[in-house]
Write a protein that binds this ligand. Structure first.
Ligand SMILES: Cc1cc2nc3c(=O)[nH]c(=O)nc-3n(C[C@H](O)[C@H](O)[C@H](O)COP(=O)(O)OP(=O)(O)OC[C@H]3O[C@@H](n4cnc5c(N)ncnc54)[C@H](O)[C@@H]3O)c2cc1C
Length: 387
């Protein structure tokens, strides 16, 4: 069923639906089984110009806002696909666009827009720091015209399928920084040149097909010209990109929610048990209706956050709230859809069990629910910080 929210950017949605129709459930099932990266799907999206939607026209992109990007990702997920293979390009590019030098933008953005370079990897999380990003330990020491990087990252998705990576490092130890969030810097790493020369990438197999990895830096040299913005200011740049990331991921949850609702409603109308469609029972109808209401409410929050972002207004709290509600709505819808399908929900060929696994991620990454609640409690409500 269509709602006013899912009618924004109708032409974009229609084109994404057409593209996704070429990548049916059987395509995703086969990749999921072997944990293979959806290369052809990403290529088709790139060629269709969807991954460069946020890149300004002067660099070869479409120059559209975050609202258009949310429509793309929502439709991918509603179709049964997954944007996790490539969504990062949309928000990591923003770090170069907003904080990169004119020379960096001219060098990289046109190639990213043309699909000649993939900027899919975003290296923040470390095994010992967890969500407390100020405690990252990967360190870049300056030696002449190079930074020498040493340390380790975990859960860095798509590193094996990306040419470039936005990497957050410490350039001043936490103890010597004025504030814990000072002294971190952002480097643009050329992964093609780095692998085997100070960078080792090790895949991590997870419950979903997400191409995530562990990275080991052992004196990797990165040219100083690849520093984004000012040394020591990197945490601020990363936070900027995180709002976009949370809004975009929330739109993927909305797409998942709608996928589960579409599938559950269709199945409930058609599946006959005790001589009648199961959907005639309110015990089946009401959870579907509740999922629809929760998803519509979360979608309104995503639209609100993305409108604030596009207007250049502060949107940290709104992006967090949208992501929390959308990830909970999609998880409720996933559980409802599995239950509606009974035993068939567990069969691979129905796509429900795969999407169920996939949508669970969003309550943990890119930011976990507790950390969002803490942000809202302290930033929006003025309650004392617990950490
Ligand atoms: C498949 C996958 C892909 C990912 N891709 C990327 C990527 O590309 N790049 C990247 O940088 N990272 C990536 N991540 C990392 C992701 O962002 C983190 O897993 C997430 O932010 C949570 O951090 P953590 O796993 O270190 O959990 P922790 O910080 O160790 O937290 C564990 C649990 O404790 C809770 N918790 C922690 N502190 C508190 C507190 N003070 N109060 C209450 N509860 C608390 C958390 O909410 C969480 O539930 C990915 C993760 C996964 C699983």
């Amino acid at each position: 069923m269509q709602t006013p929210q899912d009618q924004s950017f109708p032409e974009i949605r229609e084109s994404v639906r057409k593209l996704c129709a070429q990548f049916p459930g059987s395509y995703w099932q086969a990749l999921d089984r072997e944990r293979i990266y959806p290369k052809d799907f990403v290529k088709a999206l790139t060629q269709g110009g969807f991954l460069s939607i946020l890149i300004p026209e002067m660099y070869g992109g479409s120059g559209l806002g975050l609202g258009a990007a949310t429509a793309v990702l929502e439709e991918i997920h509603r179709s049964g696909g997954n944007g996790g293979a490539c969504h990062a390009q949309m928000y990591t590019m923003g770090t170069v666009l907003k904080h990169g030098s004119a020379a960096q933008k001219a060098k990289f953005l046109p190639k990213i827009a043309a699909g000649e370079l993939a900027l899919q990897a975003f290296g923040v999380t470390e095994p010992d720091s967890g969500t407390d990003t100020t405690r990252i330990r990967t360190f870049a020491r300056k030696e002449g015209d190079r930074y020498i990087v040493k340390g380790q990252k975990i859960w860095i998705s798509r590193a094996e399928h990306s040419d470039l990576m936005i990497l957050l490092v410490r350039t001043t130890p936490r103890e010597q920084a004025v504030k814990p969030s000072d002294g971190m810097s952002v480097l643009l790493v050329d992964l093609r040149a780095a692998v085997g020369k100070g960078l080792t990438i090790r895949p991590v197999r997870t419950m979903l097909n997400h191409a995530t990895t562990e990275l080991f830096f052992d004196d990797l040299a990165v040219p100083v010209e690849n520093l984004i913005g000012v040394e020591g200011e990197g945490f601020r740049y990363i936070l900027d990109g995180m709002n976009a990331e949370r809004i975009l991921i929330a739109s993927e949850c909305i797409g998942d929610g709608r996928f589960f609702i579409d599938r559950a409603a269709a199945y409930a109308k058609e599946r006959q048990v005790f001589g009648a469609p199961i959907g005639r029972n309110q015990g089946i109808q009401f959870p579907i209706a509740r999922a629809h209401i929760q998803t519509a409410a979360a979608a309104a929050m995503v639209d609100n956050a993305s409108a604030l972002f596009d207007a250049g207004k502060p949107c940290g709290t709104e992006a967090n709230m949208a992501k929390l509600l959308a990830s909970e709505a999609s998880w409720y819808a996933a559980d409802m859809c599995l239950q509606t399908h009974g035993g068939f929900g567990f069969a691979e060929e129905y796509d429900i069990e795969r999407k169920f696994r996939e949508t669970r991620l969003y309550q943990v990454a890119p930011i976990s629910t507790n950390l969002i609640l803490s942000h809202v409690a302290t930033h929006a409500l003025g309650l004392p910080k617990s950490f």
